[in-house]
Design a protein around this ligand. Sequence first.
Ligand SMILES: Cc1cc2nc3c(=O)[nH]c(=O)nc-3n(C[C@H](O)[C@H](O)[C@H](O)COP(=O)(O)OP(=O)(O)OC[C@H]3O[C@@H](n4cnc5c(N)ncnc54)[C@H](O)[C@@H]3O)c2cc1C
Length: 381
Amino acid sequence: MSMPGLIVVGSGPAGISAAESYREHGGAGPVLVLSADPDLPYERPPLSKEFLRGETDDVALHPAEWFTDRDIELRHGHTVDAIDVDGHGVTVDGERIGYGALVLALGAGPSPLTVPGGERALQLRALTDARRLRSAAADATSAVVIGAGFIGCEAAASLAMRGLSVTLVAPDRVPQEKRLGADAGERLLNFVTSTGVRYVGGTSVEAIDEDGVRLDDGVTIDCDLVLAATGVTPHGELAAAAGLQMKDSRIVVGADMRTSAADVYAAGDVTFAFNAAAGRHVAVEHWQDAAEQGTVAGAQAAGADATWDVVPGFWSTIGEATVKYHAWGDGYDVSRVAERDGGFTVWYEADGTAVGVLTCEADDDYDHGETLIAQRRPTPV
Ligand SMILES: Cc1cc2nc3c(=O)[nH]c(=O)nc-3n(C[C@H](O)[C@H](O)[C@H](O)COP(=O)(O)OP(=O)(O)OC[C@H]3O[C@@H](n4cnc5c(N)ncnc54)[C@H](O)[C@@H]3O)c2cc1C
């Protein structure tokens, strides 16, 4: 870059939306996106769904000319090693590059599986991981998926739909019972098992060895491939080393995505962000919210006014079923299920107000729920 402009670190939805929004809000300086990922920006949601099932190879976020049209320079396969917030510069491959504004969109990576043999398990975050998993699945007849969060459930279903014999193991009696409650968990269990997956709940993995996956009840499940889908850890190290205010491994930002350092913004999975509608900081790990936060960060970096004030949410597709979820994501007191024609809705409440809604084939509830949550009104009786 000839003069200090905008540097974005990370080419996920938060980083690319930040660069796009900077341009849309009149940001005229050079824009450089630096990303450790060797691939051009892509969509992660299909990696556990259509891509894993072999139904598509096309996961590109934008065609190459989208970046040239907007005069956004993209350097992928380059890891930023350090940030000098006082001197307004980053170091990449030993080169120091100055910035006028910096957006940290560092995302998160799979949390390691800390059991003996844990390194034998495949992971699923990047396109390189997805290619490895898909080619392992092509040579396999059986798989164990560890962890029944949304990515674990989606991947297990996709592997079963490919014809593998799949066992999904997790500590909860039914998938995500602790996070979403028993009613929701029973329904997720139905979705995943209807694709042919066998679910083994109430268990934890003790080790992985050449015989397979050993559970804490002594049973070993023989399999050709193991996928660990045991959650993610935000990539906060770079920001922590630069002295930014952190909450655990997340970068603390206001509703304007400003960090504690001048001209440094952060967006996406790596943040602990103040949501103006919630009136508190929340941690979210969803595609659309990462993009929304990136849009706010890019607008602010261009000198425009923008605030993160939407209710977080995501969609997940497990086999043939799609569930949609809006929530602050930091807990609830009461959950209530309502049957819907061909689907269901689970309402979540805390202190008498709506804090979440999970729906399947109930889009009116999904939309209504978003309004109730944003306005801090009670859930419908
Ligand atoms: C398989 C899968 C399926 C998913 N499905 C859904 C779904 O259906 N719905 C949904 O809402 N969400 C889904 N998600 C979650 C969603 O993809 C994430 O919430 C989203 O990608 C977060 O965006 P981000 O930009 O914050 O971070 P990321 O997408 O993780 O991007 C972070 C970027 O930062 C780069 N980076 C990190 N450190 C450095 C460094 N030091 N130097 C340079 N670059 C660096 C990384 O290489 C990467 O490019 C899914 C995730 C996965 C893995």
